[in-house]
Each structure stands twice: as C-alpha cells, then as structure tokens.
Design a protein around this ligand. Sequence first.
Ligand SMILES: Nc1ncnc2c1ncn2[C@@H]1O[C@H](COP(=O)(O)OP(=O)(O)OP(=O)(O)O)[C@@H](O)[C@H]1O
Length: 236
Amino acid sequence: MVQLSCKNVTMTYENTVALKDVSFEVQAGDYLCIVGENGSGKSTLIKGILGLTPVKSGTIAFSGGVSRDEIGYLPQQTEIQRNFPASVYEVVLSGCLNRMKRHPFYGKSQRQWAMDNLKRLGIEQIKNKSYQDLSGGQQQRVLLARALCATEKMLLLDEPITGLDPIVSGELYEIIGQLNRQSSVTILMVSHDVSCAVKYATKILHLSAGVSFFGDVKDYLESDVGRRFTGGGDHA
Ligand SMILES: Nc1ncnc2c1ncn2[C@@H]1O[C@H](COP(=O)(O)OP(=O)(O)OP(=O)(O)O)[C@@H](O)[C@H]1O
C-alpha cells in the first residue's frame, strides 16, 4: 500500500535548483534511508514532504490512510533545542498537539499516549528530569517518543544519530528498527552514515540533486553508486 508518492519533484531556492525531477514511492512498512553527499537535496526533500517549502513542479501526495499532518517528525537538533527548558514528560506530551484539533488542554488519552511512549522508549524513569540535563542519546529517545505521540504511521527522522557515540547510535538504530518491524511504523530517515543505512534500512534513496538510486538495499549494494559509497564491502 503506497503511503507517499513523489512524482517528478523539482524544488528551487530563488534560481538555484536544489532537487531535480525526483520520483519515488514509500510503501506502508518501508524503512527508507535517504542518503547523498552534502548539498544533494536531502533536507530540501524533507521540507517538501512536510509542506514547509513549496515544490516548483511535480507532486508530493499522501495516501493509504496517511495524511501530511500525521507524520511524526524528528528534526535535526540545534543547540537551542538541546537547551529546551521543560521536563521529559512535557516534551513528549507536546507531540500530541497536532492530534488535539481545537481542544486547548491535554486530555486523558493524550497523557496516556505520552506515558505509553515513554515506556516504549525506556525513559519513563526519567520523565520528571529536565530535558536539557539529559545526554544526547537520551534526548533523541525523548524526541522519538514525542514524534510517536503524533503518529503511529510514519516517522520522518532527519539525521537522528549525528553526534552520538557508536554504542548509543546502535541502540537508537535498534529502537527505530523495532518500531518499524514490530509496530509497523513506516520510517523515512535522512542519514550521512551509509554503512548504517544499508545495515538497518530496507530501501535506499540516493540523491545527488536528482535520484542516483532508488530501490532495495540489496540492489543498492550491487549498483555502481552503492558500491562507490559503501566501498563495495560486505554488509551482510
Ligand atoms: N535556504 C536556502 N537558500 C538557498 N539555497 C539553499 C537553501 N537551503 C539549501 N540550499 C541549497 O540547496 C541545495 C540542497 O541543500 P540541502 O540542504 O537540501 O542538502 P542536504 O543534502 O540536506 O545537505 P547536508 O547533507 O549538508 O545537510 C544546496 O546547494 C544548498 O546550498
């Protein structure tokens, strides 16, 4: 079942083309990693999918029971976000805001979602801690729990692993993999780490303004661009 379809999408900043004629589809249950060199258009594509930046031409369409406001988004962290003065529980609960429509206060069900997702991410014991006092890995778990409060369907993760040590990165990749396999959450992840992308994802979109590759990880590893970026090594 197709949940997201990008057809011939071109996006520009004034007169600079940032993304050129990009087409791909995301099926329910996919774990798609978007890779490519700096400036290849990954963040621009994310902004297009979220509707934050308009497309110049082409279409981005949602289907299969997913709409744009049901995407759980985990943005690249900035220093300001790292120092956000709120408790872990408050940060997670704020992920429910989109689901509340016009109700001004959190209800019982939102508080229950927040608690469920704190437990799912193994952070319920730190729920009263200040977010800014946490380690980078704990903060990412909190933001994942927050994103899950917005959706059970599709998560869009922009470089969630950047700056984390290998052990914490591995744990986060495991959690994201479990959400995908056990809870059937569709994952779209921008990553600079191609070796982890091919280890954990099921599909790869490799951008270089246009699409250099789109398809299964296995085929990517055998493609010219895949071999070049993974060093042609054994990633089984
Ligand atoms: N706000 C902007 N105004 C003008 N040009 C921009 C803007 N944002 C991005 N660009 C340009 O668009 C192109 C794609 O940038 P984008 O940030 O999408 O790439 P990226 O693959 O996400 O890069 P990185 O891996 O460094 O995050 C680049 O040439 C970049 O310089």
